[in-house]
Design a protein around this ligand. Structure first.
Ligand SMILES: *Cc1c(COP(=O)(O)O)cnc(C)c1O
Length: 407
């Protein structure tokens, strides 16, 4: 085989389908987020980021930066090993305590990312519990799907957020088989939210464990930022709550929070935990400062809600279609991959606005979109500029609008 030719032909096919991914090369400036510099080949320019998962701007928070600086200055750079071999530092231990407290669980276990936490925890539970059947929501994140697949356990995919389908599938399974229901709270592409209580009711009825990915909710929902399950008073009903430290918490890392036995079980059997170097202590210290801040401060959450409502109201006024969901994610629907990419490119080049186009295979064909995530750090002027730019481009590209009610 001609290896290089093979790589090239596969990449060319991706390009032909319009699915080749291009990264925006951005240079953030401390304290100025959501402003950044776009380091384009044809000249750098200032842009406003409208699609970040640093949902509250915590990646710039003075407490977080101070904690990271302090940790580097006191303990140095890397952890120096896996958690088993010399890599457990006091910052990891403190952060796990903070996360267990956040979710009202006995224990928490840290991983190097949310992806790894899902892959390792689901993979371990499903493979190490004999005969386990995993009931997986059809729109679960790739990290959950890969973990379940890797476990080689039996898996049953239920229709997205569909309780009747989930119940039918639970009822059809061997009543004595161990069961695990895996789902998310906020789904990141449509911004819809799972019926967590009803899923827990079904889990009780069929004696199943529950595994909830709150990656797009931690920091953002609930009085202490523990997620949708906290807001709805349901944390104690979930077997495992999984989260990331890389999105609303603004740093990096992933975790599960659960019973002491379950965390110890995953700690003891998960290859993806045991055989990889622990997070740098400074990352753990920064994440802990972020979690602590958002436990006691509601200001960022309140401001984000207000910013999201303001953007939605502006889009409604112009008849620009967006999915009406109960979350902070605003999917603006373009419904055409070429126009979606064109609008995104033009926003960046002519308006200094960065919104990554979301095309197939991330979302189904025909539902191509711009996923907008307003945050407390977007000003009124930023919002006015965004809405003005979208108005012009919707006109120029003749993208469908929502029919306006007769005046
Ligand atoms: C981003 C994401 C993850 C992975 O978290 P990282 O910390 O970015 O690795 C897991 N689940 C969902 C739903 C996500 O969107």
């Amino acid at each position: 085989m001609h290896y290089q030719d093979y790589f090239k032909s596969r990449l060319d096919a991706l390009r032909d389908d319009g699915n080749y991914r291009v990264f925006a090369d951005l240079q953030r400036k401390r304290g100025a987020f959501p402003k950044a510099r776009h380091m384009a080949k044809d000249g750098a320019g200032d842009v406003t980021i409208w699609c970040s998962n640093d949902y509250l701007g915590m990646g710039q928070h003075p407490d977080v930066l101070a904690a990271m600086h302090n940790a580097i200055d006191t303990v140095g750079a890397g952890a120096g090993g896996t958690r088993n071999i010399s890599g457990t530092t006091h910052d990891h231990v403190l952060l796990e305590g903070e996360l267990a407290d956040l979710h009202g669980k006995e224990a928490a276990l840290l991983f190097t990312s949310g992806y790894v936490s899902n892959w390792a925890a689901l993979g371990t539970l499903a493979s190490q519990i004999p005969g386990c059947i995993v009931f997986s929501d059809a729109l679960n994140h790739a990290s959950m799907i890969e973990g379940i697949r890797h476990s080689k356990a039996a898996r049953v995919i239920w229709k997205h957020n569909d309780l009747a389908d989930l119940e039918a599938k639970l009822a059809a399974a061997d009543p004595d088989a161990p069961k695990l229901i895996a789902f998310e709270s906020v789904y990141s592409m449509d911004g819809d939210i799972a019926p967590i209580k009803e899923i827990c009711d079904l889990a009780d009825k069929y004696n199943a464990m529950t595994y909830l990915d709150e990656v797009h909710a931690v920091g953002l929902y609930g009085p202490r930022g523990a997620g949708v399950a906290e807001r709805e008073g349901l944390m104690d009903r979930l077997t495992v709550i999984e989260g990331t430290l890389g999105k609303a918490f603004g740093v990096m890392g992933g975790y599960i929070a659960a019973s002491a036995e379950l965390c110890d079980f995953v700690r003891s059997f998960a290859s993806g935990f045991i055989f990889t170097t622990a997070l740098p202590p400074a990352v753990a210290a920064g994440a802990r400062a972020s979690v602590q801040h958002l436990k006691r401060s509601n200001a960022e959450r309140e401001c984000q809600k207000e910013r999201v409502a303001k953007v939605r109201a502006g889009l409604d006024k112009m008849g620009i279609p967006h999915i009406d969901n109960p979350s902070h994610i605003i999917p603006v629907m373009v419904g055409d991959p070429v126009k979606c990419k064109f609008i995104s490119d033009t926003l960046m080049r002519d308006y200094g606005i960065y919104i990554q186009p979301i095309n197939y295979p991330t979302v189904p064909k025909g539902t191509e979109r711009l996923r907008i995530t307003p945050s407390p750090v977007h000003s009124d002027a930023d919002i006015a500029h965004l809405l003005g730019a979208l108005e012009e481009l919707w006109h120029q590209c003749e993208v469908a609008r929502v029919p306006q009610a007769a005046q």
